[in-house]
Design a protein around this ligand. Structure first.
Ligand code: NAD
Ligand code: KPL
Length: 316
């Protein structure tokens, strides 16, 4: 979808700025698309060193359809002064709570946050720390990666589902104007659970077998066993729709992404922390709370943790 320049007459005076925390892959992708249709955007970078590196770089570079463009979006550090009314939290799940704790004093009462984290667990932890704010959950199939400092490649067109228990927010119009394909979902938890289950069935095995997603076709029985247990967990978590046809979708995703390395495989191969605690860890904790016996999932988590420990990576 190509972006539509925003009709400035639709912007009311004092339209909240989109603060974007995390100038990584998805944060940059969102910041650029919002800024280039004239919406107010400010990046929040980790510290003064990152801010000065950003200023030296002259802005964010986005590579889209093979073309690179520079976007000099204003940036600041978390300790800056202006209050925040709208925040896109675009960091990894394990960074979400420390990031909002650092910003808490700047968040206006009733501030709205979009939580872009994969998996489950970080969203509730963030919301619990910000009782006066609205936390909208997001699940996306868009793909982007960093191939340099403040340089991001838009690698895969996709869709983002957003939702919470309330009514759709008015700023969805701004996402449309910015060409960010999205839909409001009253079943956002179901979507996040389904994605979590897909990630649990695929990502850890690609790490353990050191293979691309397609390599799991040689381990179809193991994948099927995991899907049986994941579907049982989803049903016990009242996610009937998310449990439906899980194994078939996992097989389809393995086939459709056969040439790709999963995100967890990429993290581990680069010696980076994985989001295991919010994927397999969350699944195992929820099974434990419900006293469910899911031996394959439990064993998979133990194998993955041993593998991470051998490489000196965090187990959670
Ligand atoms: P990323 O690592 O590329 O970017 C995260 C950025 O947040 C980094 O630049 C990091 O320095 C920054 N950050 C962390 N804590 C911060 C803080 N306190 N203050 C300022 N900056 C801080 O991560 P990503 O790939 O954009 O992923 C974000 C989330 O989206 C993850 O949960 C990921 O699983 C999910 N996701 C990513 C993709 C993708 O294609 N990249 C697709 C689907 C889902
Ligand atoms: O979401 C993915 C990931 O790698 O995290 C899948 C769908 C498994 C594709 O690799």
């Amino acid at each position: 979808m190509s972006p539509t320049p925003l009709d400035a007459s639709r912007l009311t005076f004092g339209e909240p700025t989109w603060h974007v925390l995390g100038a990584g892959s998805l944060g940059s992708l969102w910041a650029v698309r919002l800024a280039r249709v004239g919406l107010p955007v400010r990046l929040i970078l980790r510290d003064p060193q990152r801010l000065s590196a950003y200023r030296c770089a002259g802005g964010l570079r986005l590579v889209e359809d093979g073309m690179e463009q520079l976007y000099p979006i204003p940036a600041e550090i978390p300790d800056a002064n202006p209050p925040i009314r709208r925040l896109l939290l675009a960091c990894k799940a394990y960074d979400a709570v420390p990031a909002v704790e650092h910003l808490a004093s700047r968040l206006a009462l009733g501030a709205e946050l979009v939580l872009l984290q994969n998996g489950l667990g970080s969203q509730d932890a963030v919301a619990a720390r910000l009782p006066g704010c609205r936390c909208v959950l997001a699940s996306t199939t868009e793909g982007a990666f960093r191939d340099g400092d403040f340089r991001v490649v838009f690698a895969g067109r996709g869709h983002t589902w957003l939702g919470d228990a309330g009514q759709p927010p008015i700023w969805l119009d701004e996402l449309s104007a910015a060409g960010i394909p999205h839909a409001w979902s009253e079943m956002i938890h179901g979507r996040l659970w389904r994605k979590l289950a897909l990630n649990c069935a695929i990502n850890p095995l690609t790490v353990l077998y050191d293979c691309r997603n397609g390599g799991l076709q040689a381990h179809a029985g193991e994948v099927a066993g995991l899907c049986t247990e994941l579907a049982e967990l989803l049903r016990h978590c009242d996610q009937m729709d998310a449990a439906e046809g899980l194994q078939e979708e996992v097989e389809r995703v393995i086939q459709a992404t056969a040439a790709n390395y999963s995100s967890m495989h990429q993290d581990v191969a680069r010696g980076r922390r994985s989001e295991i605690a919010y994927l397999l860890g969350h699944a195992c904790r929820e099974a434990g709370h419900r006293k469910l016996h899911l031996p394959r999932l439990k064993e998979l988590r133990q194998r993955l943790q041993r593998h991470l420990a051998e490489r000196g990576l965090p187990l959670d």
